[in-house]
Design a protein around this ligand. Structure first.
Ligand code: KG4
Ligand code: ZN
Length: 340
């Protein structure tokens, strides 16, 4: 069933054409370079970028898939959570296509779409039930996933999301935005891996919630102390700080995901969202899976970790086949519940 997927919840303008779990095209245009000046996403800039580029991205997605708009049988669009002005651009486009071509319309939860992205274009797919961990710029959430639309929220961040912590630490270190890729790169260059150790926040022995504001503050105090000792940080010091921050943040993610797998007695963990593109995170999960009860860890292909429309189209089609429907009253839900 040819499905047009549309995603505009944050700073990526994305359109896809999918058929079942097969991705025929997946076009993304990002306004990330415009937000880099400010060290984080500026909602007004994101909204204007979506309005300016969405039709071009739509044309490219159709062209790449070698299909026309009239071939589509379903329109799936992210309707939350996200930035309200940004979401509205995608929703308006989806509604106008649905109305003019008389196509069914379905609203998709962005977080559930991230959770589903390990199923895209991949033969080695996880079976339900599994523990789902979504790690992005806006969310750090653990789910017990029993089916495409049966997600129970087990825990989530009480303050910063892990991707947000990467971005804020990069800002403290003046490394630019987004922080994730540059911190990963700089951490790899660290030569003095025992020099700094930042605290890991667990919020109690059996807690499945997260907190990343403490690590970020610890980095800030450490950097301020260094700046008093000598003006400006040395390149090697920045690399060591990146390493220590990344180790602390990722250790907590790994431990909590495996704790959830033990509590729920499941054999699979699925990780999705922008931070899941990180190689050190993948390595730590694979390493942890070698010990204790057998647990298999699944990651999406890297192109489906960051925001994209293919994950929205694929989930939208599954939901449609299970009887879910939206109508032209579909609204943007900036705080859409993640389930549970
Ligand atoms: O899923 P995503 O594209 O957007 C949201 O839904 O938030 O995730 C963006 C986040 C940013 O915070 C970015 O710094 C982080 O993902 N990120 C990474 C990496 N690539 C992107 N974090 C760690 N390592 C990476 N390689
Ligand atoms: Zn996302």
């Amino acid at each position: 069933m040819l499905t047009l997927g549309i995603e505009t919840s944050c700073d990526e303008t994305a359109v896809s054409v999918t058929n079942g779990k097969k991705v025929l095209s997946n076009c993304v245009s990002s306004s990330v370079h415009l937000h880099a000046l400010y060290g984080g996403v500026v909602p007004e800039i994101a909204s204007r970028f979506h309005v300016e580029y969405i039709l071009e991205v739509l044309s490219k997605a159709l062209k790449d898939s070698d299909r026309a708009l009239k071939d589509m049988r379903l329109v799936a669009v992210t309707n939350g959570p996200g930035l309200v002005g940004a979401l509205l651009t995608g929703i308006s486009l989806a509604k106008s296509i649905s109305y003019s071509l008389n196509l069914p319309l379905i609203g998709v939860n962005h977080i559930h779409a991230h959770l589903n992205s390990a199923f895209l274009n991949d033969e080695d797919r996880p079976n339900f039930p599994f523990i789902g961990l979504v790690v992005s710029g806006g969310h750090t959430s653990l789910f017990f996933s029993e089916g495409v639309y049966r997600q129970t929220l087990l825990g989530q961040t009480q303050d910063d999301a892990v991707g947000e912590a990467y971005d804020k630490v990069a800002k403290i270190l003046k490394l630019g935005y987004p922080g994730g890729p540059v911190i990963e790169r700089r951490a790899r260059l660290s030569k003095n891996r025992k020099k700094v150790i930042f605290p890991r926040t667990y919020l109690g022995k059996d807690s499945l919630d997260f907190s990343f504001s403490g690590i970020k503050t610890a980095v800030l105090y450490y950097v301020e102390k260094l700046r008093v000792t000598h003006y400006g940080l040395r390149v090697t010091e920045i690399n060591d700080i990146c390493y220590a921050f990344q180790e602390a943040a990722l250790d907590v993610l790994v431990e909590k995901a495996f704790l959830a797998a033990r509590i729920k007695d499941v054999k699979s963990i699925v990780v999705g969202g922008g931070v899941a593109a990180n190689s050190r995170l993948r390595g730590k999960f694979y390493e942890a899976a070698r010990f204790g009860k057998p647990v298999k860890v699944y990651f999406p292909k890297r192109e489906y970790c960051l925001d994209n429309a293919a994950m929205v189209g694929v989930l939208g089609e599954e939901l449609y086949k299970k009887g879910h429907r939206s109508d032209l009253y579909l609204s943007a839900e900036p705080n859409l519940n993640c389930g549970g």
